[in-house]
Every structure is written in C-alpha cells, then in structure tokens.
Ligand binder design. Structure first.
Ligand SMILES: Cc1cc2nc3c(=O)[nH]c(=O)nc-3n(C[C@H](O)[C@H](O)[C@H](O)COP(=O)(O)OP(=O)(O)OC[C@H]3O[C@@H](n4cnc5c(N)ncnc54)[C@H](O)[C@@H]3O)c2cc1C
Length: 584
C-alpha cells in the first residue's frame, strides 16, 4: 500500500496470522468506525498458521466437560499456567470454533453430520476439531476471507516492522520497511497488537517456518516489556530428521506407533502406559509431547535409536492403518513423506526425531491480552498469557489464537477509543531508526549472518535442548552474549532496496539473539525440572521455589534480568502428572 503522509490508525495489528486476523475482526466488531490496519512481513495466507495440520481443541461432545478440558490443560502444563486464564480460554473456545464454522470453516464431520473430533496427546477425551489434516490452512483462509469483507481493515502486506514507537509512556505505532521498495516509514496508531508468532528458528531443527524469528518478542523486550516463561520450549516428537517438517500428532491419534531400531514400541518402558491394540488416550503414543521427546533422548542413551546423517531418529509406523485411513484422514502426511523423504507411509516406515515446535513463553500479557506498556497488546504464539505453562497440549494453540486474538482486538479497540492524537516528537525516533538501518545497509560489518546464526543454533541445541544443566546453560549463555556483541558488526552484502532478504535476515538474527538470551537466562535460574524444562542436575519439580512465572527484562546494557511472578491457582492445586492409566 502506498502512503504519502504518515498514516495513523486506531488499532494497528502486527501479524497477519490467525491471531492477528482474529484480532482485526474483533476490533472491527467492537466499533466499525475504527481505522484498523494489519501489517505482515509475508502475505497473510503465508503466515505459519497455514501449516497447522492436526486440529483445534474445544469442548463440543456431550460426554466431555469444560472442567476436563481445564484439567488436561493444567496438568499438561505441569501446573505452570494461570488457571483463571485457562478457565476463560476453555469457556470461550467452543463459541470461537462455532463462529469460525459460521464464517465458513469446513470442519470435518462424523457420519451423523455432527462436528468430528479426534484424540490428541495429553487429552483424556477426544476433543480436537479438525478439517482433514489441513486445519490451519482452512482456519486461516476463513479468517482472511472474513477480514476482506470489512473495508476499515487495511493491509500492509510484505512490510517488515523494526521498531515500536514509544512516547509519553505509551506505544503510538511502529516503524516498518516496505519490502518491495525499501522505504522506511512510520505507521502511527493508538494501540498496537503484537501477533507475530513464535521463534522456533532460534534452534537448528524445527517445524517452524523461516519467518518465525520472535520479531514481536524482541520488539516488546526492547521496549521494556518482559518476556514470560521463555525457558519452556516444546519439542514435537515427530519431525522429519533433515527438514524438521512436522508429521502431525494426528498420525498417532489415528493409531500410528513409534518404534525403535528393533521395531519395538519403546514408549512402554518410559512410564507412559502399555501397548494396546487401539490407541488409548493419555497413554503411549498419545502421551504429552514433553514426555515423548524426553523418552526419545533416554532411548537414544540406551542405544535404541538409529544414527542418521541429521542426527538420531526412530520410526513412525502407519502401515497397519491402511491406505484408506491414511488417504482420508492423513493425506497431507502421505504427500509430505513423498515430497520430502521419497517414501510412502502406506508401505514404508517414516524416520522421525524430536524437533523444536512451539514456544510456551512469550510477551507477558494479562488475561485481557494487555502488556505493561500502555497501548501494547499481544496474542497468539508471540504472547504468554499463560495457558500453556511448562508444556502446551497439542491443538490448544489454534484455539488460543482465536480466543486471545479476539480479546486483544476488543481490548485494543477500547483502549484506542480513549486516546488522543499522537504525540509530537515521534519524528525524531523515526529518523534515528532510518539512520540505524541505513548504517546497516552500508555493509561495512565483517561478521557473516549465516556464520553467526550457525553458532547460535549449535550452542542452543548443545546447551538449551531437551535436557539442560547449569553448566551447559552457562556455557551457552556466554556464547550468546558473545554473539550479541559480534552481531553489532554484522555484514549486509546486498545494497538493493527491493526485497533485500539479506537486510531482513540480519535484523531477524538480532531478534533471535534476544530470544535466545532470554531463554537461557530464564532456564539457568530455574533449578528444577518441570514439563519441557528438564534440568539433569535438578530432576525434580520444586513447587516451593518455582511455582512461579519467570519474567525476563532487558537491562540497559542488553543482558536479561529475571524476576518472578506467582502462578494463579483457582481450583486445581498442584498434583503429580500421571499418564498411561486413563482409558478414555
Ligand atoms: C507445522 C506446524 C503445525 C502446527 N499444528 C498445530 C495444530 O494442529 N494445532 C494447534 O493447536 N497448533 C498447531 N501449531 C501451532 C500453531 O499453528 C501456531 O502456534 C499458531 O498458528 C500461531 O499463530 P499466530 O497467529 O500467533 O502466528 P503466525 O501464524 O506465525 O503469524 C505471525 C505473523 O506475524 C507476521 N510477522 C512476524 N514478524 C513480523 C515483522 N517483523 N513485521 C511484520 N510482520 C511480522 C508474519 O508475517 C505473520 O503474518 C502448529 C505449528 C506448526 C509450526
């Protein structure tokens, strides 16, 4: 979109994924007279939400209950989530998914015409709605086409945000690069919603798209907003070893088995239940993701995995499901296997390994999606409300982007309605940002982007992976600090103003380093094991000391400072997480 003067909006949404688009629609619904804009570094339909396969959880069936969904989420989270937020989430979830259906989302059906649900890891009952195995695609399409109906929602596609404009104690917009032309422009707004997604790309093996660099997390962090619970990083147990491409949990929900090198269902040896002819909820392959990923590491240690070019792996076996089920329920899995591994799951075993998948942590918000900085809201994977605690249950995230996207849109709209015009003095900040980026583009640095990124990947995998220790984290912490000092001298080789991916990669690297530092600092101080955060030197959960959220603040010199905030407990006092017993 070409704009001559600094455009000014009521609500500006950074991120055109599921959370951002849901927020835009909610802002419009709050007041159709508001001026709303969605800015996205990629065309909205290319946001990572599009790649979600498995489904979205919400209570719909008569044998399910809101309390059960709460309990599964809270125990899955190893009690690190805020229970008031979980209760709101679970209560609002069914309406959000129904609303999506009314906007056109083609949820898969049971034979009697009712919405179909499938089992998902860590849930004690089937409650995951799905649209074949392309759920994210259909959800994002539905949101996108709905947003197109509303003229006041304007779009800045392929604009890349580099800075939040903060003046007079409130956020008043952003500075962004129009990628097609290289223009650097302010876009002013009375409230800003950060829905920029996660940051899996901090790690080398991930299911995450290349665009997931934690941009919004870093922008918020640099503006003084804390990042909450960054130490909790979800590994998904079944990614393809080389590309990290996800083989959805739905393949295990449909009855897929995980086999070690001897063809043995090794999960039975790791306190996750015993093999049964049919999949059993919360048991074996349908246990929670943190436990399954940890079992892989233990299996590797006892020599049960296979060594490949891209690390160790095990096998996912779908052969016994037969071609009909695979083609009707898991067609995308078959397509991905053919395209990326040249195998057919109908006849072949699929090589898989745990890969980084999801950030439980993120921009700290309250239950209304508001941050501590007036005018900044956040929702989706970029945010930490928190409902995911130390381990997210699969299929809660697609629902979370709707529930909290809607809340962010509504509350940011209400905030905007109370604000006056933009402050003077913003122009100086814009000029500073233009100068900073111009200097970067002179290309006088000496450090290579790819080189620094590889060093970051290696140290994060080595020191802050599935199992960590104080020593491994301290070593990685030192390394990332060194990289932070070196990245100031990064070289941008391309001087072009048209789609300069070298420039954006350099900026994204700085975002990822901020995230990496917050992850390590939070993990280093958490002397316990809980959910996805496993410290080999502190193997037990320690509720007395650590039933608290970590908050990483950026110190003026750039290093993180960690503070703590109590976890909200409403009706479910901390208990032991037990899997493998319930038969659903
Ligand atoms: C392969 C895969 C499968 C998944 N499957 C499931 C599933 O079945 N069920 C489930 O519940 N969850 C699933 N998840 C998780 C879930 O899909 C995501 O957490 C969720 O979709 C995130 O949505 P979002 O709107 O927060 O962010 P995204 O969809 O990632 O969108 C982020 C947006 O921010 C924009 N952006 C980022 N930085 C900038 C910047 N600097 N300037 C401008 N714009 C910017 C991007 O362009 C994009 O539009 C899956 C995730 C992956 C990776």
């Amino acid at each position: 979109m070409a704009q001559e003067e600094s455009p000014e909006y009521d609500v500006l949404i950074v991120g055109g994924g599921g959370a951002g688009l849901r927020a835009a629609i909610a802002a419009y619904e709050t007041n159709p007279n508001l001026k709303i804009a969605v800015i996205s570094k990629v065309y909205p339909m290319r946001s990572h939400t599009v790649s979600a396969e498995g489904g979205a959880a919400a209570v719909i069936k008569p044998d399910d209950s809101l309390d059960d969904h709460c309990y599964d989420t809270i125990s899955g989270a190893d009690w690190m989530c805020d229970q008031d937020a979980v209760e709101s989430f679970v209560n609002e979830a069914p309406n959000e998914l129904l609303q999506l259906e009314h906007w056109g989302c083609p949820w898969s059906r049971e034979a009697d015409g009712s919405v179909a649900v499938r089992p998902f890891g860590g849930m004690k009952i089937k409650r995951t709605w799905y649209a074949s195995d392309k759920t994210g695609f259909h959800m994002l399409h539905t949101l996108f086409q709905t947003s197109l109906k509303y003229d006041p929602i304007q779009r800045y596609d392929e604009w890349f945000v580099t800075k939040l404009l903060v003046e007079d104690g409130r956020c008043q917009g952003v500075v962004a690069i129009e990628l097609a032309t290289g223009r650097i422009e302010p876009i002013l707004a009375k409230s800003v919603i950060l829905s920029t997604g996660g940051c899996g790309k901090i790690f080398p093996f991930t299911t995450n798209a290349n665009i997931k660099n934690g941009d919004g997390m870093s922008l918020a962090y640099r503006a003084g907003i804390p990042l909450k619970d960054m130490e909790f990083i979800q590994y998904h147990p079944t990614g393809l070893p080389f590309t990290g491409i996800l083989i959805t949990e739905a393949s295990r929900a449909e009855g897929g088995h995980l086999l070690n090198k001897d063809g043995y269902r090794y999960l039975q040896d790791y306190d996750l239940g015993k093999p049964e002819p049919k999949p059993v909820l919360r048991s074996m392959e349908l246990g929670p993701r943190d436990r399954l990923s940890q079992a892989f590491v233990k299996e590797q240690e006892r020599g049960g995995t296979m060594a490949g070019e891209y690390g160790h792996y095990v096998h996912l076996d779908l052969r016994h499901l037969g071609e009909k089920i695979i083609d009707s329920r898991l067609p995308f899995v078959r397509e991905l296997c053919a395209k990326y591994e040249n195998i057919d799951p109908v006849t072949d075993l699929i090589p898989v390994r745990p890969v980084v998948h999801y950030m439980m942590g993120g921009i700290s918000t309250d239950i209304d999606a508001a941050t501590v900085l007036p005018g900044v809201y956040s929702a989706g994977e970029a945010a930490c409300v928190s409902i995911n605690g130390a381990n997210r249950l699969g299929s809660n995230s697609l629902t979370e982007i709707l529930v909290f996207g809607a809340r962010a849109g509504k509350n940011a709209a209400a905030f905007a309605l109370e604000q006056k015009e933009a402050s003077s003095g913003l122009q100086a900040q814009v000029e500073d940002e233009r100068n900073r980026l111009a200097k970067l583009m002179l290309g006088e640095g000496t450090e290579s982007i790819a080189g620094l990124r590889k060093e970051m990947h290696d140290t994060m995998e080595e020191g802050a992976g599935i199992y960590r220790t104080r020593d491994s984290l301290a070593a990685s912490g030192q390394k990332v600090r060194e990289l932070q000092e070196r990245v100031v001298n990064v070289k941008v080789s391309d001087a072009s103003h048209t789609f300069n991916t070298d420039l954006t990669a350099a900026i994204e690297l700085t975002y990822m380093l901020d995230g990496a530092e917050a992850i390590i600092a939070s993990a280093l101080l958490r002397d316990e094991s809980r959910g996805s955060h496993q410290r080999s030197d502190f193997p037990e959960r320690d509720d007395d000391k650590f039933l608290q959220h970590s908050l990483a603040y950026r110190e003026p010199g750039g290093s993180p400072r960690i503070e703590y905030q109590p976890v909200s407990i409403t009706r479910w006092p901390p208990a032991k997480r037990e899997y493998g017993q319930q038969k659903g």
